[in-house]
Design a protein around this ligand. Sequence first.
Ligand SMILES: [Zn+2]
Length: 78
Amino acid sequence: MSYELPYTENAEGKFAVPCQIKLAQDCVQLGEFCESKADARHWVEEECWIFSGEGYLCERCHEQVMRNIAKLSTKKMN
Ligand SMILES: [Zn+2]
């Protein structure tokens, strides 16, 4: 149960969690850079990013995904 998330490291050796899908036009793209990976992950969880099992989706992309799913299910009904 120790899946390694993808982290982005900056020149100062700080870590941030990237948005996994970067789907929404107003996607946040990247969480805040923090001293440690654990802090970076904590930051995105505070921001209500959604854990997909492989990475985190920012709230905006999550909303976009939900809209896409809603559209698909509407199509199926017609
Ligand atoms: Zn995003």
